[in-house]
Write a protein that binds this ligand. Sequence first.
Ligand SMILES: Nc1ncnc2c1ncn2[C@@H]1O[C@H](COP(=O)(O)OP(=O)(O)OP(=O)(O)O)[C@@H](O)[C@H]1O
Ligand SMILES: [Mg+2]
Length: 246
Amino acid sequence: MENALELTNLGVSFGGIRAVKDVTLRVAKGERRAILGSNGAGKSSLFNLIAGEYEPTSGRVSMFGEDVTKKPIHLRSRMGLGRTYQTSALFPSLTIIDHIYLAVRGCYDGRMSFGRIFASEKHMQAAETIAQKVGLADMMHRTVADISHGEQRQLEVGLSLAGEPRLILLDEPAAGLSQGERGRLIELLKSLDDDLTLLIIEHDMDVAMEVADVITMMHDGAVIASGTPAEIASNEEIHALYLGAH
Ligand SMILES: Nc1ncnc2c1ncn2[C@@H]1O[C@H](COP(=O)(O)OP(=O)(O)OP(=O)(O)O)[C@@H](O)[C@H]1O
Ligand SMILES: [Mg+2]
């Protein structure tokens, strides 16, 4: 079966810092993959390489069987890549539905040949469908300033769905959430279409354990282990390094 993503000996350096070192991994279509690792392990840099925001110092990136190493960001998103960022990029005074509508518009601008009015209605429908998918339909006219942190994270997941992606990269979607909000986010992630491929960066094991089919552990820029949640949880070395008292 064709993979959603293949990274081959991928690396990036900044001055003397090798942020990502020789990473090789394959993610199958529809797979849910969690990337775990401590601060500075290279997780966000890896996402930036996949998305085309960083140019690799070495190695290759393929998406759905196509080498995209030299492709710019917008062409990768056109091929079905969506993402969220570690730092929130929401506008406090804009509503939920405005955010999603603008994201949908942004994804399709220049791609549609039919009239502007028809397109904007179609985009609004798509935006409402996304609001529903991420559990925000009943509050879609509220501004970002007026919703909880958990709801803001749900909105960010919604924005990543704007271009009908086949592969999405979520950078710590559960960061800073309460236990209850975390549970809701886990349910949301589990409810996404089965054929959507998900890569999720997580600091904590609980979200990864619940959502992921496979967990990849990074340390100091390199992949140090990949396995099922059960395999990772029972790996003594990883336990000592990351799981501490859990
Ligand atoms: N654009 C950049 N310029 C210089 N150094 C960078 C850049 N991006 C990342 N780095 C460095 O690369 C290393 C890995 O950073 P990265 O943000 O990828 O880690 P991370 O695993 O996402 O950490 P965290 O859990 O804190 O988010 C760090 O030493 C960081 O300072
Ligand atoms: Mg990071």
